[in-house]
Design a protein around this ligand. Sequence first.
Ligand code: ZN
Length: 79
Amino acid sequence: MKCVICSGEDVKEKEVEEEIRVGNDIVLVPVKVMVCMSCGERYYDRRTMKRLEEVEDKIEKKRLEVEPIGKVLKVAGII
Ligand SMILES: [Zn+2]
């Protein structure tokens, strides 16, 4: 597989933490995706996209256990 962004040929399956937004929270979901070793571009297949949607849905319905590891903070105004 070749990277469409940088044309790099070193694209490998890697475990990454994908960030999804559920309401005001950010949830890190460990998933295996193809990652370009040159530029870091991530490639998601349909199955992974679907899994992430399912995870989001389960968290919204409180059907999946998550643990707090930090807070999501926001700067009060434009700097
Ligand atoms: Zn690339």
